[in-house]
Design a protein. Structure first.
Length: 602
């Protein structure tokens, strides 16, 4: 399998001036050293889309899109990477020559493309059955009972999995897909999970099928709903995790709702696919649904690219309440405002909209309460609150919630409201609070984020290291000489920094940086563009030393906490306890040594 060599990509980028290319699509207006325009990727009235001719990058400080000329053509014309390279090469009169991938790279890339093709074919297969086959009448009747007709089924490409053991297998075989590809897709299930050579059968049978898509509309998985209310089978069956699909990193409906999310700056989180589809088709389009009820950190991070606020709209039952609580940590970690729309008992968005209309649902969302006020009201109304034990449980629970808040001002504000309502002193309440999550802004930071959140999230230490590794040769060389791979392995937001360090980048050579950017996702490329747009930091060597010492301190503090936790183990032998105490003292001494200030830069 062939690949375009990096030097050809570099040549294509160099031959296509970013201002000339973008200016060929719509007019750009000069504004000092840069050019500006209304962003083509989201609705806005004031231009926030900037093109930098010196850096040869674009950046929108409204929606966060950014990258080099290749990324712009990919986004604007909806082309894949190879298509954008070929288009720009043709524009510049450059002949494309391709080199060979390694056997392992070729196999992985080939499998990825085959799985995408298989999922696209499977979506067509399920959809055709729903729309055309007499045996799918039960599915059509079910959807009709939920207010979903043929037009909506077509818009969302809903489907029906035949009530057969090998319908999908036979179909995939007729389309030239191998058993290996079918098993890797998750569309079939092995009879013996321990034996990859065992026989397999269709995972989805006699179910309404919901395609799960990337935000670029490619189908990567499915969710199948059972049709009989009294069926013994699980209500929903979902695709397993595959090369294409990571459950905790996908939001159902994002491919259709992202524009509405950006415009509203708010996301309504529904529990199920039908809730989301009903809301969307009735005009409430800033909706998404996690794969499962509670949010993961990755899902919250994705959502933060589009919105500032989240309204949780889970079912009014114990499971829904628990899902809201489990979602809180991930959402607050992204500094998202969280509200809760308490649905009436027995109602969900789908039933409310169909029974009372979309306006009733909009009123419910408009009246959503701040998460902390909502939880406080629930606890105060509880039957045990007026007992000393019940009140103490409420105090501890609210302290647990408030401990998740990272923003110090918001933390103080919420704490004051809670202490007044629970009639407890602030000093007493503070004793119950845990330390806020550890993504505290580093005092060394001189970077002010002007764009929406990026893959560095709030960890300014990682962000600073990424900046100097991109833009200062000496600092990059020093960092590469350290054991950065092992130190960064456990850092939450270091994935992009690791890519920066692994890449063949010369900070003084813009072309090498642009070639590196072509290997990144759109989100990562936008983050790099943001770093390149910022003012260069003073004293990069001092910054890289101080940031590195901060990472070492984190590692030591983590080891101290882990050892202290082991010390609490019941019936621990005295000799082992003594060894642990000595280890903690040694680590604390090491922490003290690292914390001593460095000499000022020369």
């Amino acid at each position: 399998m062939s690949l375009i060599p990096p030097e050809i990509i570099e040549q294509v980028i160099a031959a296509n001036d970013v201002v000339d290319v973008i200016g060929g699509y719509f007019p750009l207006k000069r504004s000092g050293p840069v050019y500006k325009a209304i962003c083509p990727f989201h609705n806005e009235k004031t231009p926030s889309f900037t093109v930098n001719p010196q850096r040869q990058i674009f950046k929108c400080f409204g929606c966060g899109a950014g990258g080099n000329v290749l990324r712009f053509v990919m986004n604007y014309e909806n082309l894949d990477f190879l298509g954008a390279v070929k288009k720009l090469a043709e524009r510049a009169g450059i002949k494309i020559e391709q080199t060979e991938l390694s056997a392992e790279q070729a196999a992985e890339y080939s499998m990825l493309r085959r799985l995408l093709a298989l999922h696209a074919e499977a979506a067509d297969f399920f959809h055709w059955h729903l729309m055309k086959k007499p045996s799918a009448q039960i599915a059509r009747d079910y959807l009709k009972s939920r207010g979903i007709g043929a037009d909506v089924a077509r818009a969302w490409k809903l489907g029906y999995a035949p009530d057969e053991w090998d319908a999908m297998r036979d179909f995939a075989d007729s389309r030239g897909f191998s058993d290996e590809e079918l098993v890797a897709s998750g569309l079939v299930k092995l009879r013996d999970e321990e034996n990859p050579r065992s026989e397999f059968y269709d995972r989805f049978r006699a179910r309404v099928m919901f395609p799960i898509c990337k935000d670029t509309d490619e189908v990567i998985a499915f969710s199948g709903r059972v049709l009989q209310a009294d069926a013994k089978a699980a209500k929903y069956v979902n695709s397993p995790e595959t090369m294409l699909f990571k459950k905790g990193a996908v939001l159902f409906g994002l491919n259709k709702s992202k524009r509405a999310l950006i415009e509203a700056k708010s996301a309504i989180v529904c529990e199920g696919q039908l809730d989301l589809i009903t809301a969307f088709e009735h005009g409430v389009q800033n909706v998404i649904a996690p794969q499962g009820t509670a949010f993961t950190e990755k899902q919250a991070h994705i959502l933060k690219r589009f919105v500032e606020e989240v309204v949780l709209c889970f079912d009014a039952d114990v499971a829904g309440e628990k899902a809201a609580e489990r979602s809180l940590a991930s959402l607050l970690a992204e500094n998202l405002l969280v509200r809760v729309a308490g649905m009436p008992q027995g109602e969900d968005p789908d039933s409310m909209i169909r029974g009372k209309g979309a306006d009733a649902f909009r009123e419910q969302i408009a009246g959503a309460r701040d998460f902390f006020d909502y939880q406080l009201d629930r606890m105060v109304a509880g039957p045990d609150f007026n007992t000393p034990r019940g009140k103490m449980q409420a105090v501890r629970k609210m302290a647990e919630f408030i401990s998740l808040i990272r923003d110090s001002v918001l933390r103080e504000t919420v704490m004051n409201r809670v202490t007044q309502r629970l009639e407890i002193s602030a000093q007493e309440f503070v004793r119950l609070l845990k330390a806020p999550p550890s993504k505290t802004p580093d005092p060394l930071s001189t970077v002010t984020a002007t764009a929406p959140p990026d893959p560095f999230a709030e960890d300014s230490t990682i962000r600073l290291l990424a900046t100097v590794a991109l833009r200062d040769a000496a600092a990059r060389e020093w960092l590469l000489a350290e054991p950065w791979d092992s130190v960064l392995r456990d850092q939450l937001d270091a994935e992009l920094l690791v890519k920066i360090l692994r890449a063949d980048i010369q900070p003084d050579d813009d072309a090498s940086v642009h070639v590196f950017m072509t290997t990144l996702s759109a989100t990562e490329e936008a983050a790099i563009s943001g770093l390149l747009e910022e003012k260069m930091l003073a004293h990069p060597m001092t910054i890289v030393h101080d940031c590195w010492r901060e990472l070492e301190r984190r590692k030591i503090r983590h080891r101290v906490e882990a050892t202290q936790a082991r010390l609490r183990t019941p019936d621990l032998p005295d000799t082992e306890r003594a060894e642990m105490l000595k280890e903690i003292l040694d680590l604390q001494k090491r922490l003290l040594d690292i914390s001593r200030p460095l000499s000022p830069p020369l």
